[in-house]
Design a protein around this ligand. Structure first.
Ligand code: CTP
Ligand code: MN
Ligand code: MN
Length: 502
């Protein structure tokens, strides 16, 4: 049993005594023998450290003056987990088994309790999953979880990530989930790298890169392209699925059907008299040209004004926040996503808002399509175990008519004839106390969200979804006022929205 587990197993098991010269208090004063603390001076300062050491010793804790291999708990202040890890790596003494890295808040709680308190995600500074790799630019740390990586839009490895995204998409079309995930994870980790991969040596130690992925990287380095990607791009099934799913309302099932029926072009499908289309697909075909040309940032901002005007007409205290790709700083998107929440509304007012907004737009002639999905949210329901579970908030998938004059004050280029553009908009309404979870969930990216949940489940024994966070060990629901609170509960360094482009 290592010291980490011993620290968790309570004060019953005795660890062998170590009467080093560094021990200040006589052994009989030590009440909690399973814990050996070390307090980090860095950023805390000598005086405060001395004070905390003295206090802890008086309360019966064993506190070491120097780092030694018997230390089980390292306490730090104003240091991130990565800071402490870095400090540890340059120390001559290595901790034999991984000590817990804790924030000073844990020690303070112990002091007021007069005994060791259980360590939680709020106290823990670092997780053991960070991989440190040596690169030409020195040591860097890479986590296999996207939620522990800062991924901006500055992707230095486009030639590789484009390839893996095509391969992932092809696997998705062929319903090969395992390979799809492997390619998406590879693309995601490469997007976060602070350098461009030039040789195979650069890939050493990077997590999420399996043999298959590495062989493709090698081929791209050598030939400038991957034969497998080339084959996929020329593949009839891939091309057809890509085309069919570009229509709003067309998913894998419909694409499969049309492909099997022998369709290869949209015009043939559109003009076929025997096919039945859903309301969504009809709208998808009708506004196809507008919807495939991406939404620009200026258009997204103009839509934001429209949404706020409508929402505030009914709930003046509501918060309207842009989420999705635009919140992550993207310059274009396939739609514009908004989260709406109101601190002062009753449940009924909350439930009535989206229908009222839709009604208003309909009267103004701005509503081209809508699908209102009623809430199935239950207050006391625990978070879902599924990584890709849908959420239960009331939401509306729309196509709005955006007049050109509303974009950039009408300065933007006017097409002859048509004075507007059809824009896909998603609106989500959530109870005020759930806003942090909903915001985190709707900001994405999808890969970032998947890894947040995977991390919560596997590294923290918690369950996270768009509504709540549940601690399975303590059997409590954890509340949050902000995204920062959720990251803190999970023991993660906060990642800003523009760093979530995993
Ligand atoms: N989302 C969700 N439940 C859904 C749909 C979306 O939780 N039913 C979340 C996803 O996590 C996603 C985010 O909302 O990351 C935004 O979804 P989407 O608009 O599809 O993706 P974007 O990241 O905004 O990309 P794009 O710019 O193409 O719109
Ligand atoms: Mn979006
Ligand atoms: Mn969306």
């Amino acid at each position: 049993m290592d010291s980490l587990q011993m620290a968790h197993s309570g004060p019953r098991k005795k660890r062998p005594r170590q009467m080093g010269a560094s021990m200040a208090s006589p052994p009989q004063d030590i009440k909690f023998r399973d814990l050996v603390l070390f307090i980090l001076e860095k950023k805390m300062g000598t005086t405060r450290r001395a004070f905390l050491m003295e206090l802890a010793r008086r309360k019966g804790f064993r506190v070491e003056n120097e780092l030694s291999d018997s230390v089980t708990h390292i306490v730090a202040e104003n240091n991130s987990g990565s800071d402490v890890l870095e400090w540890l790596q340059v120390q001559k003494v290595r901790a034999r088994s991984q000590p817990e890295l804790l924030d000073v808040s844990w020690l303070i709680e112990c002091m007021s309790a007069g005994k060791p308190v259980a360590t939680t995600g709020q106290h823990q500074l670092v997780v053991s999953v960070l991989v440190v790799i040596s690169t030409v630019r020195g040591l860097i740390k890479i986590s296999p979880y996207a939620c522990q990586r800062r991924t901006t839009l500055n992707n230095r490895n486009h030639i590789f990530t484009d390839a893996f995204e095509i391969l992932a998409e092809n696997c998705e079309f062929r319903e090969n989930e395992g390979s799809c995930l492997a390619f998406m994870r590879a693309a995601s980790v490469l997007k976060s790298l602070p350098f461009t991969i030039i040789s195979m040596k650069d890939t050493e130690g990077i997590p999420c890169l399996g043999d298959k992925v590495k062989s493709i990287i090698e081929e791209i380095i050598e030939d400038g392209e991957s034969s497998e990607v080339k084959a996929v791009l020329n593949d009839e099934r891939y091309q057809s699925f890509k085309l069919f799913t570009s229509v709003f309302g067309v998913g894998l099932k419909t694409s499969e059907k049309w492909f099997r029926m022998g369709f290869r072009t949209l015009s043939k499908i559109r003009s076929d008299k025997t096919l039945k289309f859903t309301r969504m697909q009809k709208a998808g075909f009708f506004y196809y040209e507008d919807l495939v040309s991406c939404v620009t940032k200026a258009e997204a901002e103009a839509v934001g004004v429209l949404v706020k005007e409508a929402v505030w007409a009914f709930l003046p205290d509501a918060f309207v926040t842009v989420t999705g790709g635009f919140r992550r700083g993207k310059k274009i998107g396939h739609d514009v996503d908004f989260l709406i929440t109101s601190p002062g509304s009753t449940e009924e007012e909350e439930q009535q808002l989206l229908p009222k907004v839709i009604n208003l737009w309909e009267r103004k002639g701005l509503l081209l399509y809508y699908d209102l999905v009623e809430s199935t949210f239950e207050k006391f329901k625990l978070p879902s175990r599924k990584v890709d579970a849908l959420d239960h908030f009331q939401k509306c998938f729309l196509i709005l008519k955006l007049h050109h004059q509303r974009v950039d004050g009408g300065k933007s280029s006017q097409q002859e004839g048509k004075t507007w553009k059809a824009i896909r908009v998603d609106l989500v309404m959530c109870p005020y106390e759930r806003r942090a979870f909903a915001l985190l969930g709707w900001t994405g990216s999808r890969q970032f969200e998947r890894d947040l949940r995977r991390y919560a489940t596997h590294e923290r024994k918690m369950m996270l979804d768009n509504h709540a966070l549940y601690d399975k060990t303590k059997r409590i629901v954890l509340e949050a006022e902000s995204e920062e609170d959720i990251f803190a509960h999970l023991g993660l360094d906060y990642i800003d929205p523009w760093e979530r482009n995993a």
